[in-house]
Design a protein around this ligand. Sequence first.
Ligand SMILES: *Cc1c(COP(=O)(O)O)cnc(C)c1O
Length: 395
Amino acid sequence: MHPMLTRAPAKVRTRTIPFARPLIGEAERQAVEEVLKGATLVHGPQVEAFEAEFAAFTGAPHAVAVANCTAAMHMSYLALGLRRGDEVIVPAQTHVATAHAVVAAGGVPVFVDAEPRTGNLDVDQVAAAITARTAGVAVVHFLGIPADMARLQSLAREHHLFVVEDCALALGARLGATHVGLGGDVGCFSFYPVKHITTLEGGMVITRRADVAERVRALRSLGVDRSPRERATPGVYDVPAFGFNYRMNEVQAAIGRAQLKRLPGWLKHRRCLWALWREHLAGQAEVELLGATVDAAGAAAYCAQVLLNGAERPARDRVVMQVAARGIGTSVYYPQPVPAMTYYRREGARGSYVVAQSISDRAIAFPVGPHVEADGVATMANVLLAATVYARSPA
Ligand SMILES: *Cc1c(COP(=O)(O)O)cnc(C)c1O
């Protein structure tokens, strides 16, 4: 095609850019078709292959595919021996699933605030929150930026705590050569549609601990001791343990395998677009890009999390609406600190989480995913900067 023809005329350049768009291609469609042609829909080779390939990608000794990340975390706590009433330190600035998984396992989430440069949990506050009842820490690699695992690991060793890493937004993130999820006891991933790769719904547990992997395998499948393929006498098995039905099925795993092959290219794209966001917003007094002041080389670039300087929630909401009117999809990570959500307030969550609250009030997340073209960043950044000026004037 002639280069002139690849450029749309100026008028139609206000195209819509959704916050996320799952990219299901021919490879995924064919993989699904293959599974549906066969007779094995659950307990089959696709899940095993997906686990092996995910383990190879992350460098994990063990990988267990599960129904979703919430289930992954729920089972991780049980596998790590969490007892009813045990406290688990949880960042206030996270997805509610991080806290709900603790509650599901019988634990009590104890919230700590975020540190302002990355939104990751504040390790000084983790240290201050440890009591005789603390059993573990939930670490969230917020928006793909790895948390300070070295300090958390030494705290955990000193106080005999387990560490569960919520890596739902951090697939591909590494600290040095180590993939996130391998610095603690367990790493949990999500394949929900807006994440780095999708299996529609889905999750993965990775761990260096064979004992934990074995317990999670039992827990995901009702505590049954033998899968159908392992039964000497068809239909005969025993149930030595409690468990759930938290399995991933063969169709999901087949999609996941196709997505995983595309992940390295997508990660490159995400990091490249995130760097463009950093360039476009550098020196702009109205906004700050979360993570822009730290070394982001190993980050998984989930999104460009823009914070409006000096703004309050109503001004942020006006900017969101302005930007939406120009066809640009955004999100808010996250709309409230978890302890400020109604359920946790009713359950007695107290304390002030100043940094987490400030992020909730001022954040607008913009896309960097493979559905966005590189020149989309300039378009979005210009729309954003124009909208911040407009939002300053009272509605
Ligand atoms: C999406 C997400 C989850 C939940 O994942 P599911 O697979 O939907 O259960 C948990 N934690 C974080 C940080 C997330 O972003």
